[in-house]
Design a protein around this ligand. Sequence first.
Ligand SMILES: C[S@@+](CC[C@H](N)C(=O)[O-])C[C@H]1O[C@@H](n2cnc3c(N)ncnc32)[C@H](O)[C@@H]1O
Length: 387
Amino acid sequence: MRILHMNKGDGETSYAKNSTVQSNIISLGRRVMDEALKKLMISNSEISSIGIADLGCSSGPNSLLSISNIVDTIHNLCPDLDRPLPELRVSLNDLPSNDFNYIFASLPEFYDRLNKREKDGLGFDRRGGESCFVSAVPGSFYGRLFPRRSLHFVHSSSSLHWLSQVPCGDVEKEDGVAITADLDNRGKIYISKTSPMSAHKAYALQFQTDFAMFLRSRSEELVHGGRMVLSFLGRSTPDPTTEESCYQWELLAQALMSMANEGSIEKEKIDAFNAPYYAASSEELKMVIEKEGSFSIDRLEISAVDWEGGSIGDESYELLRSKPEALASGRRVASTIRAVVESMLEPTFGESVMDELFERYAKIVGEYFYESSPRYAIFNVSLVRTG
Ligand SMILES: C[S@@+](CC[C@H](N)C(=O)[O-])C[C@H]1O[C@@H](n2cnc3c(N)ncnc32)[C@H](O)[C@@H]1O
């Protein structure tokens, strides 16, 4: 958590310029989010001030996109439900190293748009910008962020597949002293077909611990009947080594290994590096939710998207691409992944190798696209605070 941040600013390799995939994932989750907001508004017909949080907001156009969608939906629901516009207390959360200044700089535009809605004759008793108050809350969502019972709605997109830390290997007891071992995951940077079972277990356990902590923290912060809509990368099979579950990391490990073979990075560093990421299965997700006990699942959908964030409607998804198209797509995917993982790789492998690494990665991904049509599995889970 100390080193993870999306690439800052709005330069070529920034998250702001390379987050179309995540923006598509936000759009994909819109229907489930709108449904949850409608249920929330119906069951809380009296409240005049709604607490809303977007967790893992990052910086760039998507940070205010989720919030704009939430505000628009509530604004559209109010006339239908024949109720006045409530005051919206909106909190944007991310880790302290996030580029919050970028978001603050785009707030005037966000408020202008809200105020324009009033001018467009939507008939509210207040100007949009006078009923929505945005603030930022830096900190980890794997712990408390907000006062007790201060929130009604929590949203998070493309963030909860990040773990709080790289998992440790088995805890060994030597003369009664516990030793945490490194994952024995040679030549790989995430779970792979060659990873030992102990690495699979360590990743699964870290996810369970983190996600339970996430739920426990939110259960304190949400009012009874409050709702959460979470979308993040998962997997549709129990096996964590299928292409859908891990192949973006497998190909990145290939790019790193090709550089190690030429001596430009040390192989031992690849052996020691593991990504703080986990694509859970729906069974794991349900198990943690049930065990923690504060939330019930209102809806759980799993959608397939391609690596550029395009929706895949049916099982016969097959994209025939020319070689130049596949390579161009590989470059776009490599830029998207670079904007997210560069801050994690740099401390281990060094800033000087990043351009070369992601050029190789783009090529490897492009070649793979020529032969294959990979997909990510996206979870969209809508939860209600019950217990
Ligand atoms: C890929 S970005 C998604 C950003 C945005 N929600 C979107 O859809 O474009 C993931 C974000 O989650 C944040 N994140 C990861 N772990 C976090 C944690 N423990 N607490 C808060 N934010 C976290 C990262 O810093 C990053 O900004």
